[in-house]
Design a protein around this ligand. Sequence first.
Ligand code: ATP
Ligand code: MG
Length: 391
Amino acid sequence: MQNVLLAKYGEIALRGKNRHLIENALLKTISKNLEKIGNYSVSKEQGRVLIESKDEIFDYDKVIPLVVNILGITAVCPAIKLNDSSIENIREKALLHMKEHWTDKNYSFKVETKRSDKQYPMDSREISTDIGGYIFNNMDNITVDVRNPDITLMVEIRNYVYVYSKLIKGFGGLPIGTSGKATVLLSGGIDSPVAAFMMAKRGVSIEAVYFHSPPYTSDRAKQKVIDLAEQLSTFTGEIKLHIVPFTETQLKIYESVPPEKMTILLKRAMFKIAEKIAIKNNSQGLVTGDSIGQVASQTMQAIEAINSAVKDLPVFRPLCSMDKQEIIDVARKLGTFDISIRPYEDCCTIFVAKHPETKPKKTIIENIEKNIPDLDILIDKAIDNIETIIL
Ligand code: ATP
Ligand code: MG
């Protein structure tokens, strides 16, 4: 008998898609997450993922959170795996399992059996009745209820026998890789990691772009974004992070435009650069953490004035209707919140106007932009000097 974890994923979402590639990506993400905590093997087992420990101990408390939160995983079940499929052995080990997990109060239960081994000498109903009777006779705190039980003890007879009774639900969503790719503008703030997660939840692979302005933004601010991308990757799988040297472009805009319009023009430059990087890397869209009305640059007028900088790709703003508190709640669940609130500025105060315009006019902004000397050259230079990290 061996303690294992079974992970279930949305079969339906995979139908007709690149099933093989997506399943492999899922296995790779699980393996990568578990590498950090021990010696685990991850394999495919008839439409499930089977996680086994190569050492004596299976540390469920550590393993479960690193698996159940991966997008595309619908649920995980701590299970026992039996080599000996005789009914006597299943009975006895099922009872042990029940005693280990369910003795703290009175429970009702039923047994449900799935049998893909059709050679097995008993049918599913006979197996369920046999094991159910055995457990009922050997535990004091248990009653049988086949309609609405507190506990459903699952017995699955496959290449091996699996027995489990707890199902821990995942985030749901579609498996990563089923819906193309998007490039998120990832700052060190609270919002953009949440926005990236929301897209990923619909099966979209994530790449990220971060605009770094040394010495105005510190190495620690850059590290914060790398840590955010790494934390996000535990849900989304591998993330390619492009770090764009933005200082020259930012200084040029700072020198060339009225202070109240600076934020809008900086955001437009970010969008132009992000779009080029996204297209080069076969992304089908950009993503930002904008939430309408949260700050001056996120009014409807400001969004309109910024958005026209993007020529070809759709821009997704999955947080547009969320309140700050709702966003924070998700960030906490993702474990990005504590990273985001580290106190390193994502932008030096000289680049933040005291009174930014809240209702900029798109045409005026576009005209000012045309007169910024060498803007296109600086943008191309920034793109040529990107540093790319894979997390
Ligand atoms: P966040 O919490 O995501 O930083 P915010 O509320 O601070 O958002 P802004 O600073 O106005 O809002 O940024 C709006 C969006 O622009 C961000 O969500 C992010 O997508 C993008 N963005 C801002 N600064 C950067 C940056 N330095 N690098 C990459 N993207 C950025
Ligand atoms: Mg920010």
